[in-house]
Design a protein around this ligand. Structure first.
Ligand code: NAI
Length: 272
């Protein structure tokens, strides 16, 4: 067998949560370009419709399901329909996530009042935990339900450098991401005997639509670049190779790993 054959995902059944934008969309493209059958689960109906139409026009096997991941019964129903449509479930990306809003340090480096712990909005806290942690649990649960009987599968969680390194981000975000990373490791242990491999991709700052698209602002990009050893933000195209690696037989002995794709952010500030 040639090494490139290890990356073959042709006709795999795949589900990507939050797949209509940003990092999730790169996961969808990576797998669909390589012949997989992909379902996007995302609550942004307009984006789902647009991206599914665009990828189908390229001849790719992509479909969409408009679902809010905090609606647990709806997630399970969407999984059932996707598995029925694709005929199998090989890979699930638990990727959807939201930004926590303003933290203790504001956009211009000043301390903020509303980001302080005693003022941080309770509803915002609950929403961040609901999407960035609870929905990961729901997604793993739905995946395990389908993968255990077939005794195979891959589950890939999108965490963040915030899972291991604290910052000025509002506390709900690192709390949820650290929880998701630990849940990943627990699921990897529990599901290993069923040949279900569970890993995480941990991004540093990438240019996407997160937080109303603030990462597209050149001033924000210049600020962020200063703290990254590679001195720039990531482009979502740079997620595609890692996604294919973790979804394919190329990573068949890897489970419980959190892989940082972060320009070096997790190891420390630049030394120039
Ligand atoms: P994005 O905003 O471009 O894409 C996220 C997608 O998730 C959107 O299409 C949105 O509609 C969907 N989504 C959000 N909440 C949902 C819900 N309740 N139900 C269904 N769909 C929902 O954001 P991005 O940056 O691509 O984020 C993807 C993941 O990467 C998130 O988990 C995020 O926390 C993580 N991440 C992103 C970083 C970045 O710098 N962009 C850095 C570290 C982690």
């Amino acid at each position: 067998m040639k090494v490139l054959d290890l990356f073959n995902v042709k006709d795999y059944g795949v589900i990507v949560t939050g797949g209509a934008s940003g990092i999730g969309l790169a996961f969808v493209e990576s797998l669909a370009e390589n012949g997989a059958k992909v379902t996007i689960l995302d609550f942004n109906a307009e984006r789902v419709e647009r991206e599914v139409a665009r990828l189908q026009a390229l001849g790719q096997q992509v479909r969409g399901s408009v679902v809010d991941l905090t609606d647990r019964p709806a997630v399970h129903r969407a999984f059932d329909v996707a598995v029925q449509t694709h005929g199998r479930l090989d890979v699930v990306f638990a990727n959807a996530g939201i930004d926590p809003g303003i933290g203790i340090i504001g956009p211009n480096g000043e301390r903020t009042i509303e980001g302080a712990l005693e003022n941080y909005d309770d509803e915002r806290w609950n929403r961040v935990i609901d999407i960035n942690l609870n929905a990961v649990f729901t997604t793993i649960k739905a995946a395990a339900r389908h993968m255990k009987p077939q005794r195979s599968g891959r589950i890939i969680i999108t965490t963040s450098v915030a899972s291991v390194r604290n910052s000025a981000l509002a506390a709900a975000y690192p709390a949820a991401k650290a929880g998701a990373a630990h849940l990943m490791r627990n699921a990897a242990l529990e599901l290993a005997r069923y040949n279900i491999l569970v890993n995480a991709i941990s991004p540093g700052p990438f240019v996407t639509n997160i937080g109303e698209g603030h990462t597209r602002d050149p001033q924000v990009q210049a600020q962020v670049a200063k703290i990254i050893p590679l001195h720039r933000m990531g482009n979502t195209q740079e997620m595609k190779g890692l996604a294919l690696f973790l979804a394919s037989p190329a990573s068949s002995f890897m489970t419980g790993a959190e892989i940082f794709n972060d320009g070096g952010l997790s190891i420390g500030p630049p030394i120039d």
